[in-house]
Ligand binder design. Sequence first.
Ligand code: FMN
Ligand code: SF4
Length: 590
Amino acid sequence: MDDPVETARQAVADYGTRPQRLLVVLRRIQQVCHHVPRPAQQVVAEAFGLPLAQVEGVIEFYHFLHTRPRGDYEIYFSDCVIDAFQGFEALMQRLCGRLGVGPGQCRADGRVSVDTTACTGLCDQGPALLVNGLPLGRLTPARIDAIAERIEAAVPVAEWPPEWFEVAANFRQPDKVLGSAWQSGAGLRAALRRGAEWLLDELQASGLRGRGGAGFPTALKWKYCRQTPGAHYVVCNADEGEPGTFKDRELLRHHADQLFEGMTLAALVTGARQGFLYLRGEYQWLLPQLEEALRRRRREGLVGRNICALADFHFDIDIVVGAGAYICGEESALLNSIEGVRPHPRNRPPYPVTCGLWGQPTVVNNVESFAAAALVAARGGAWFAEVGTEKSKGTKVLSVSGDCDRPGIYEVPLGITVAEVLDLCGAGDTLGVQVGGPSGTFVHPPEYGRRIAYEDLGTGGSFMVFGTGRDLIDIVHRFARFFAHESCGFCTPCRVGTQLQLRLLEKVRRGWATAGDIQELEQLRAILAASHCGLGHTAANPVQTTLARCPERYRKVLRDLEFSPGFDLDAALEAARQLTGRFGDHLSQE
Ligand SMILES: Cc1cc2nc3c(=O)[nH]c(=O)nc-3n(C[C@H](O)[C@H](O)[C@H](O)COP(=O)(O)O)c2cc1C
Ligand code: SF4
């Protein structure tokens, strides 16, 4: 292991000490030293002018940063429900057995550590793992054995067969955003010819709403930010942490120029001079090609100083890589992460459009929103609005995974029914579909006429198909585990509520629960609703939406159908009564 102090000093020298560089410095130390030891933390704290406790607090927050050593080969299996149904658990046991290391542990010789992490964004080609940050999908027992052999022989990951690391694009159905011919700079030139107000009008006409899930109108967001005085920022949310979502992965790989142009258009409208792309830690393998796309745009005068040869149009983009925390997809937590502080969600209002990065007006949009905005500028709002519904214009890119013949990426007109999507991807007998990831909605066959649209089933893109052979309680239990793990712990209703929910579901899954436990699960919704942010607000969705539709699945596994409290005080006291021979008569007041 390299000297931690030297490594930290070098990282600071390479990346500098601006707050947005804290994560990359810590990641570099983690990469070289396999953890961030105390002496390295001290160097970082001093260089950034932060209290040591703050640096330690940041490290402890993220799943991919550690204060205790990890292995030379750092392996994380994706424990998304889809990877689980594709058999990752048996494969992880097999690898652990071959290497003599337990899940969640680092081997005594420091050679390898094996752990799980939330969805790695490869559900269309799982089961998957990350090894030293690189993705490895389509795992089989034979591949696992070959991996174990290479680790034992200390073969560097760079020398493993390159085809192991190939990630298929799986574009099954491109449409307006994925399928239109794109010419770099086309949107920008159109907007510069006609002006920022024209662009806002076109965005308005396009009906484009945020593709990250919440569906806020993009034109309004940019307009509000433009109207607020300050040093504006533009931020692209590429955190894509919702289990079952992977469409941004391919937008980033194949449509990065379009996305950067969308960000530059937002800068043109708001006057921002600096932008950030926040890339989830699980996608750090995309960093080199994203940086190359940015370099190309700089060479072409489409980003950087004097964009399109204009004297007063300057806008540059920095890429900040996260370190494994689902909550960083929540826009205000994301901003805190960029600022180098613990990424707890902020109080809202004020919203980022008026008070975002460093308290300045900030546009935060999803990858797909920016990519669509660039096309709207190039082709006009009416073109985009040709398809969709009254309230949901245009197309939506879906990540389809699970029990179907053709998992992958489908760009569909908004308003499409669930049945039509199931038809496209070749899904037969289904138990149901989880639309919008664990925080979304479970729909079952009688509802397959429902529509993917903001007025019906809104989604950031996750569309997980479950066949009739799947165990609904197992699915819900895994979602509950996800929320309990990803709760940032900032507020009590979510910190405690997600743990209680998990514990109750554990009872249900083991067949120990009673009707009283189900009642408690239902009541938890009210507690979680009092949470601080969207994670807590939606953490009860899996239970609520499945309980409403399939109560018989719960009833089938209950120990007791009648209402009974989770803890039977009288029964517990009976044992003591028998032992002591005291049956309460000594308490008589008569
Ligand atoms: C817990 C949580 C996780 C989120 N994760 C993401 C994400 O990974 N990507 C994303 O674009 N939006 C995510 N969002 C929504 C963002 O907060 C925000 O609404 C979005 O980035 C705005 O962009 P849009 O208007 O283009 O959708 C998340 C929200 C919550 C509450
Ligand atoms: S709701 Fe959960 S994730 Fe959100 S701030 Fe509270 S503890 Fe953190």
